[in-house]
Write a protein that binds this ligand. Structure first.
Ligand code: NAI
Length: 328
């Protein structure tokens, strides 16, 4: 039996947490032979900690053979101690009348503290995945606090957007989901993102050729994927949670699987025209468990792709400017 890995999860009593923890404990994230210890972190509020106790009781009641221990805490030093993976799901939600700048700054305080603590107390091989919104900017803030851990250890999730894009293309083409390949997300996890149909394929042929409806691809397709979160809130009265948890399972699983090619928001080094130092979604190939290289050879030189990349890059640059005083 392998030694257990420690997985810290913030926002563990929230909606996403409730769908996520059971998938981690049952082996979907790290594989069926990898035991885990869950380090569950919530805010120091009685209601949240009580809810967390309830979730832990349910985890006990699943009798998952891979779940070796649980730590329940409202203290980051305890929660991130020796963590191999830190999944930063908890974030400050946008309140009524709250400006985006206030949301960015409110979350900046949380991710500043968590970045510092993880850097100090997490495991030697620590890796961080940010889900809490605005995820791309939150991860940039957390990474900027790290002195020990290099920036490549910090990623943010755009996988939900990739999964949404893949599903939409399959539906439109009337094919099985598995026929859709090479669809990746570029830029911000926000409606400005670019689900790059330009290099997607369906049954091995260019998606644009199979779908044969450029107006749909540039219009409804991009806006359906970009605004899917809002559509789910409108329908369900709550934001996407099960699909977000599922996407995080995919995000981490694929980062631990050499050869996997998938969309991840990583630190830009200028590729695809992204400003250096913003965290932008782009395709990566996992090289060794937890490590990856950006795939740079997809052709996005067409005018529409260039315009979409420039717009989402601008949003990332603007967000960075709003939190400039919190970086470094
Ligand atoms: P939720 O409100 O149900 O749960 C959030 C939980 O985080 C709450 O239990 C809260 O007490 C906790 N929390 C807040 N600040 C914390 C902190 N500093 N430390 C530890 N715990 C903290 O929200 P839900 O639905 O679970 O979503 C969580 C986040 O994920 C939101 O920011 C949401 O916008 C984001 N999200 C991101 C997606 C993506 O694709 N990147 C997709 C869907 C949601």
């Amino acid at each position: 039996m392998k030694a257990p890995i420690r997985v810290a999860v913030t926002g563990a009593a929230g909606q996403i947490g409730y769908s996520l923890l059971f998938r981690i404990a049952s082996g979907h994230m790290f594989g069926p032979d990898q035991p885990v210890i869950l380090q569950l972190i919530e805010i120091p509020v009685e209601k949240a900690m009580k809810a967390l106790e309830g979730v832990a009781m349910e985890l006990d009641d699943c009798a998952f053979p891979l779940l070796k221990d649980m730590v329940l805490t409202d203290n980051g030093e305890t929660g991130f101690k020796d963590a191999n993976w830190s999944l930063l799901v908890g974030a400050r939600p946008r309140g009524p009348g709250m400006e985006r700048a206030d949301l960015l700054k409110g979350n900046g305080v949380i991710f500043t503290a968590q970045g510092e603590i993880i850097d100090r107390v997490a495991a030697e091989d620590a890796r961080v995945a940010v889900v809490g919104n605005p995820a791309n900017t939150n991860v940039m803030i957390a990474a900027s606090k790290a002195k020990r851990l290099t920036a490549d250890r910090f990623t943010a999730m755009v996988r939900l957007d990739q999964n949404r894009a893949q599903a939409q293309l399959a539906k439109k083409a009337g094919v099985d989901l598995t026929a859709v390949k090479d669809i990746f997300i570029y830029g911000n996890h926000s409606p400005s993102m670019y689900p790059a149909f330009a290099h997607a394929t369906i049954d091995g042929k260019p998606a644009a050729e199979v779908i044969n409806d450029q107006a749909y691809l540039e219009g409804d397709f991009c806006s359906t994927v970009g605004k899917r979160g809002a559509a789910i809130i409108a329908a369900r009265g709550l934001s996407s949670a099960a699909s977000a948890a599922n996407a995080l399972v995919d995000h981490v699983h694929d980062l631990m699987t050499p050869g996997a090619i998938h969309s991840v928001a990583v630190k830009s080094e200028g590729r695809y025209g992204f400003d250096p130092d913003v965290w932008a979604g782009m395709p990566v190939r996992t090289t060794t468990p937890g490590a990856y290289e950006v795939i740079t050879d997809y052709d996005l030189s067409d005018a529409f792709s260039q315009q979409k990349l420039a717009a989402t890059n601008q949003e990332l640059v603007d967000e960075r400017a709003m939190v400039a005083d919190m970086l470094g």
